[in-house]
Design a protein around this ligand. Structure first.
Ligand code: ASP
Length: 438
């Protein structure tokens, strides 16, 4: 059994969190590959080291002294080192870093040091080997991850027998320069490591006990999701349920490795298991839906044209949107009309330009614009091929006096999305949760 355990920023924010990580690692000898983010916030008023490092780089770029920020970062690491009785010479490494800094230092180079120093300390604390991500996570000339080279290097590092700690979030370019991923990228590093060694499970340790069935700011104490498929997760994440970096799913999904979201502060909780397929025996059998998520602020553009050739007109409108880099989130079709649901923020003040262009190109009889629309998605693999599902959802909303403005069922039937008035957004989520999740 081999497990890859990735710990997020809050799990490594200070000495107390490091202790929890060590207890988790020691509890299961299969946890031999550890990926860490940079130390995060210890309290809500604290700062993530990655944010401070970006700030430090901005000072460097504009030639404004930023040494006090760098000192703050150094102190955080030195404090962890002293509190845990470690030897790592933080001061010398920071002195070397300072001497290298110049206006030419890239943001990536500097910001990656958050993960680097955190991993150095963690490796010593766990008595695991430190493996620099610059030596085992590689990007190609196109800036994309070189999976083959990365997998080979991680596999080789892991084969040495001892446990290893790899800093997340960065790797190196063919030139040898450091490149960071997008924010939250340590999730990807963990997934790469799990895929490289064909891990039995990729554990993603964070500060929540898995994915909840609904947003806890809207629904009181929503139940955690025990099992979810990758497809369901994608639907929920698309609708705003943010748990993992979206690019972290593919490497483990491709290899059929389950992804387990766990809580460093409550290791006794099983968390959420994300898998490709769920066996009949798995938990949650009685639950009809897996989760509910949604987003506010969409605009519906409805176009009508008598005797229109749907294919031609729809593709003309989609091309106009595409040229402006606007994606339609949903499309509903009629015989002589169709409606596109578009994010209002993305549409911005280009709305009138786009309507003008649609009028010129398609000559419709009428275009209507409705804004202030929220989308709410009910996601569940068990809704598939089950008669009456949509009826129940619409009835529940209708009984609560919530008007549905658009309806969209995914072709594979694992989600039904309704558009409601922005003002009904929270009520819709609560009604659906109470009706189907309890
Ligand atoms: N430290 C980086 C960030 O804050 C990467 C990560 O935590 O995954 O985005």
């Amino acid at each position: 059994m081999l497990k890859v355990a990735k710990f997020g920023g809050s799990s490594v924010a200070g000495a107390d969190q490091f202790k929890k990580v060590k207890a988790i690692i020691q509890e299961d000898p299969a946890r031999r590959i550890v990926i860490v983010s940079a130390a995060g916030k210890r309290s809500s008023s604290d700062h993530k080291l990655t944010d401070l490092l970006y700030l430090c780089h901005a000072h460097l770029t504009y030639g404004v002294p930023g040494d006090n920020i760098l000192q703050l970062i150094q102190d955080r690491f030195a404090e962890i080192r002293s509190d845990l009785g470690l030897q790592y010479d933080v001061e010398s490494d920071f002195a070397a870093l300072r001497s290298r800094l110049s206006r030419d230092t890239t943001a990536d180079e500097l910001v990656s040091r958050g993960e680097y120093f955190t991993a150095r300390l963690m490796a010593e604390y766990l008595d695991y080997d430190f493996v620099d991500a610059a030596d085992c996570v590689f990007f190609g000339f196109d800036g994309q991850l070189d999976l083959e080279k990365t997998y080979a290097a991680i596999k080789e590092a892991a084969a040495k027998g001892r446990g290893i700690v790899i800093p997340g979030f960065y790797g190196s370019l063919p030139s040898g320069k450091i490149r960071v991923m997008s924010r939250g990228g340590s999730d990807i590093s963990g997934a790469l490591a799990a895929a490289a060694v064909d891990a039995d499970v990729y554990e993603n340790w964070t500060d929540v006990s898995g994915i909840l069935m609904a947003d806890p700011r809207i629904v009181k104490d929503p139940a955690p999701i025990e099992y979810i498929t990758y497809s369901e997760l994608r639907e929920l994440a698309f609708m705003g349920a943010s748990v993992l970096h979206e690019d972290s799913v593919q490497p483990v999904k491709d290899k059929g490795i389950p992804l387990n979201i766990r809580n460093t502060n409550r290791p006794q909780d099983a968390g959420t298991m994300i898998v490709e397929k769920i066996s009949k025996k798995s938990a949650n059998q009685d639950r009809f839906i897996t989760g509910i998520a949604g987003r506010r602020n969409f605009t519906i553009l409805t176009l009508r044209k008598r005797n229109m050739n749907l294919n031609v007109t729809l593709s003309q409108v989609l091309k106009i949107l595409e040229r402006s880099h606007i994606t339609a989130e949903h499309i509903t079709l009629g015989l002589d009309s169709f409606a596109l649901v578009v994010s209002s923020a993305v549409l911005g003040d280009r709305l009138y330009e786009i309507i003008g262009e649609v009028q010129n190109v398609c000559a419709p009889d009428d275009i209507q614009v409705q804004d202030q629309v929220a989308l709410v998605a009910v996601v569940g693999r068990k809704m598939t091929y089950r008669p009456g599902t949509s009826g129940k959802i619409f009835r529940a909303l209708g009984d609560a006096g919530i008007n549905i403005r658009t309806i969209n069922q995914a072709a594979d039937e694992i989600s039904i999305t309704v558009g409601v008035d922005n003002n009904d957004f929270e009520a819709a989520i609560r009604v659906l949760y109470e009706g189907f999740a309890g």
